[in-house]
Each structure stands twice: as C-alpha cells, then as structure tokens.
Ligand binder design. Structure first.
Ligand code: ZN
Length: 364
C-alpha cells in the first residue's frame, strides 16, 4: 500500500511540475512578456564592436528598467555623481530585467516608459537629427520628450502632472536664471525622475555675432552651476543651445566637458502656437510623417502645459512609445562658477549672528 501511495504522490508531483513548465512556456503571460524581451535584446545588439571610433553603442546603452530601479532613475540628476558609480550600473551583458513600465503607476492604461537608455556623454555626443545625424538610436515609433526654458510657476508643475499621470519620463533643459528664481520647482522636476540638463544662464544665442568664446563658456557653465545650486545636486551633462544655435567653438567646448548636445528631430514650435490644439496637431502630423524622434517642447509655455495631457493620449493611441534618456554620470560643475553664482546672488553669509550683535547704533 505504501509503495502504491508513493507512486500516486510522485505522479501528482510530476503533473504539477509539467503544468508549471507548460504555464511558463506557453501561457498568455509569456506572450504578454514578449515585447519586453524584444526591448531587452536591443542591449545586446548595441554591444560595441569597433574599438577605434566611438559608435552608437558607446554612447547609448539600454539599461535597467524603472521598475527595477525606481529611486535611482528618479535621481540621475538629483544625486551627486559619486552616488552613481558606473561600476554599479547594470552592464548590457547581464540579463536585463523585464520591463514593467507601469509598475507602481496608478494609471493602468498609462503611456509609461518603454525603454530606458543610459548615455555615456564622453566627448560630447550630439542627439537630434535636425543637426546631429550620427547617433540614430531610436527605433520606429519611439519618442523622447524634452522640455526647455523652465522652471516656471504654473506651467512646469502642470507639465509634471501630465507626465506623472501617464507615468512617463522626459529630459528638461532649464534656463539658469529661471532655476535661481524657482529652485523649488526644478527640484520637483528632478524628484519626479526626469533628467535635468541645462540651457545656458540667460538664454543667450551662443552663436551670435557679438558672442565671444569666453562669454559662451560663461553662459554654459553658469547655467549648469545655477541648476546645481537649485537642485542641491549635480545636473545631467545634457545641454541644449538656445534657438538650437550652435557654433563650432561651443560644440568643441562642450565636447571637452563631456556634455551631450541635444538638438531635436521634431520641433513642436509650441512657443508660437496660438493654442494647445495647434501644438498637438503640429507634433502628431510631424511624428506620423517621421515615425519617431526627439520632440522639442517648452515647459515654460502655457499652451504646452495645456496640450500635454491630450498629446500624451494621442501618442499612446498612435502606438508611440516613450524612451527615457538618462546620463551615465552627472556633470561636475566648475567651482569658480558655483562660487561666482553664489556671490552674484548675494546669498546670506555663513554668519548667523543677530542683527543687534552686528550693527549697533552708537550715535544718533
Ligand atoms: Zn529655449
């Protein structure tokens, strides 16, 4: 009897194992997971092959998912560079965790993030086909959302809310002056997990006739230092030229600083749109024609903030997927500009002595 019972038990266990194997192999879950696997394989395909020149794979790596690293994704800009040692980052050779873009997202139908790419900014790679055609890392139907000219009350928080409602991520290029006016808003941008680069100190045209190389350098560095001061942490080494106007000297300088340059594939021209609908139409018309791209918008603009919920909905309905770009390491700002900025802003000194101890009326 005992041996018969043993055989029955063994058979039952075998059956459970067989069903489990079938379930993992052929069940609808496995089918649903297929796009994730495809996304993860891209990392292997992008493994560097050429040693002599920098290739796409040198600059762009598909990395871990937001599901796997929720807090660190949120802070490539919000953490000091020392907190993101490159050795600790996942290697493309390791099996990538499956993408679960909507994990932790209250909106089950959210646009989400389909892929996270990590950018090695060594040598100052350029992105955006409008000017830089070397690094074509987006596949069909993939977009990158970028926002310039903030932070700004009302509009930037509205943009952040629209992005959060869709559990998706963007790259922000704030103006240094604006960052000093509204540091608390810029901190919200970083805290939400978006990459924060810079867009000069005062939005000067760095390719203008009267712009000297030194002035251009000052605009770049002071802009980054202002972002650092606002965030209380190092910015991403991502830069966009005002009006997309770049000269060879400034491009070379950014290269020497290992700062990636962002142009765009698709300009929303939101700053001159008469209303939100026009922005949605412009972006979707261009996107349907081009099929993919880095989209340039402005969180500074009211119509953009108004348009974003609709635009993100249209992207989702159109089958577009958002790729999150983040920097492999953050930018080391230059101490002289950090210090100069603090002096310019006349920030309080370290002295905490009471007024009556410092200033005494001795004759009246
Ligand atoms: Zn701008």
């Amino acid at each position: 009897m005992r041996s018969a019972l043993g055989v029955m038990l063994a058979s039952a266990v075998s059956l459970v194992v067989l069903v489990a194997v079938w379930f993992w192999t052929y069940s609808p879950r496995a089918v649903l997971a297929a796009p994730d696997t495809v996304s993860a394989r891209l990392a292997e395909r992008l493994t560097p092959t050429a040693k002599s020149t920098r290739t796409l794979a040198d600059e762009v790596e598909v990395t871990a998912t937001i599901a796997a690293r929720p807090s660190t994704v949120a802070s490539s800009a919000a953490l000091p560079s020392a907190a993101l040692p490159s050795a600790a980052l996942p290697s493309p050779a390791l099996p990538a965790a499956p993408l679960q873009p909507k994990a932790g997202c209250a909106n089950a139908d959210a646009l989400g993030v389909s892929r996270v790419v990590e950018i090695d900014t060594t040598g100052g790679p350029g992105f955006g086909f409008e000017h830089f055609k070397q690094l074509d890392f987006l596949t069909d139907k993939e977009v990158v959302l970028t926002f310039d000219d903030g932070p700004w009350p009302g509009n930037t928080p509205a943009v952040l809310k629209a992005l959060a409602d869709e559990c998706t991520k963007a790259v922000f290029f704030p103006i240094g002056k604006h960052a000093t006016y509204h540091p608390e808003i810029l901190r919200q941008v970083a805290a939400a997990g978006h990459a924060v680069g810079a867009h000069t100190w005062s939005h000067a045209n760095l390719n203008g006739k009267k712009m000297t190389e030194q002035q251009a350098k000052d605009e770049v560095e002071k802009g980054f230092s202002a972002v650092k001061l606002a965030l209380g942490a190092a910015p991403s080494p991502f830069f966009r030229f005002p009006q997309l106007q770049h000269g060879p000297a400034a491009v070379a300088y950014l290269g020497s600083r290992n700062v990636a340059i962002f142009s765009c594939d698709l300009d929303s021209f939101d700053f001159r749109a008469k209303d939100a609908a026009q922005i949605v139409n412009t972006v979707m018309t261009k996107l349907d024609k081009q099929g993919k791209g880095i989209i340039l918008m402005h969180d500074f603009q009211k119509h953009t903030a108004e348009a974003l919920p609709t635009l993100l909905g249209r992207l989702k309905a159109g089958g577009y997927k958002v790729v999150q770009m983040r920097a492999k390491a953050s930018l080391q700002t230059l101490a002289e500009y950090d210090e100069g900025l603090v002096k310019d802003m006349k920030l309080p000194t370290v002295s905490a002595r009471a007024l009556s101890n410092v200033v005494q009326t001795v004759a009246q």
